[in-house]
Write a protein that binds this ligand. Structure first.
Ligand SMILES: NC(=O)c1ccc[n+]([C@@H]2O[C@H](COP(=O)([O-])OP(=O)(O)OC[C@H]3O[C@@H](n4cnc5c(N)ncnc54)[C@H](O)[C@@H]3O)[C@@H](O)[C@H]2O)c1
Length: 249
């Protein structure tokens, strides 16, 4: 059964070419949103899958850490679709690098893609979200900020930054009817994780969750759908761990 809670809404989802972003894009489209599928790599697969399912989607290739590309993306969405109602800042990278091997360029790049991009996207789309009257921003963090995972100093710093950014931004935009929340997945079997983490580790971690199921890309979709719906109008500045009950805030 499909509940058309997002009918007529224009939703921008970054990093939606695969993994968690792809699942979120599909979920929003199933609820009736017109989804702007944004990725640095060609996200045609996501768009075709959504269209094949009867949904509406457009693809945009953009590097979310590039200020000029983000500004152009916002202009294009305004021009072609009348502006965004929903922004899901999902794009992120998580190279595992021990602190002694972590050069400054890698540190800066992780901060730029995971955190700076959320500022760039939010600022660029704010005028459109204000016009919407009930704008919704969801920022992707991670439950790893509460775990003893090695070799992720840069990543943890960025994902804690996401939580602080989310809390603070919620204050600045509340008067415009915009809510801002963060969602933290658990270690999940996405293409990015499959390339970087042995599946065994994902299964082992899931044993520490209250719900002992290995994480998958689709596990956070319901939380994002709630936080982007009208139902969540009184929820803002929050971080929700959609992680099987591993980390409790
Ligand atoms: N998978 C997990 O276990 C897990 C756990 C906690 C949090 N997260 C977070 O969820 C988000 C998605 O993770 P995933 O596992 O689906 O990742 P993934 O690597 O499978 O997919 C990420 C997508 O983002 C795109 N992307 C990367 N850099 C980009 C850039 N600069 N501009 C535009 N697009 C870019 C990639 O091309 C890719 O399509 C990330 O923010 C990640 O930190 C993931």
């Amino acid at each position: 059964m499909t509940w058309n809670t997002h009918d007529g809404k224009v939703a921008v989802v970054t990093g939606a070419g695969r993994g968690i972003g792809q699942a979120i894009a599909a979920g929003l489209a199933q609820r009736g949103a017109r989804v702007m599928v944004v990725d640095k790599d060609d996200p045609t697969d996501t768009v075709e899958a959504i269209r094949g399912d009867g949904g509406t989607a457009e693809s945009y290739i953009a590097d979310v850490a590039d200020e000029a590309q983000v500004a152009e993306l916002a202009d294009t969405v305004a021009g072609e679709h009348g502006g965004a109602d929903i922004l899901v800042n999902n794009a992120g990278i998580y190279p595992f690098v021990p602190i002694d091997d972590l050069d400054y360029a890698t540190w800066r790049n992780v901060l730029a893609v995971n955190l700076d991009s959320q500022f760039l996207l939010a600022r660029a789309f704010l005028p459109q979200l204000r016009t919407s009257g009930s704008g919704r921003i969801v920022n992707m963090t991670s439950n790893s900020i509460g775990l003893a995972v090695p070799h992720l100093t840069h990543y943890m710093a960025s994902k804690m930054g996401v939580i602080g950014f989310t809390r603070a931004l919620a204050n600045d935009v509340a008067a415009d009817g915009i809510t801002v929340n963060a969602v933290g997945p658990t270690l999940s079997l996405t293409p990015g994780v499959r390339a970087a983490v042995p599946e065994e580790l994902v299964r082992n971690l899931s044993n520490s969750q209250a719900i002992k199921k290995p994480g998958e890309a689709t596990d956070v979709v319901g939380t994002v759908l709630f936080l982007t719906s009208a139902d969540s109008y009184f929820v803002t500045g929050q971080t929700i761990m959609s992680d099987g009950g591993l980390i409790r805030l």
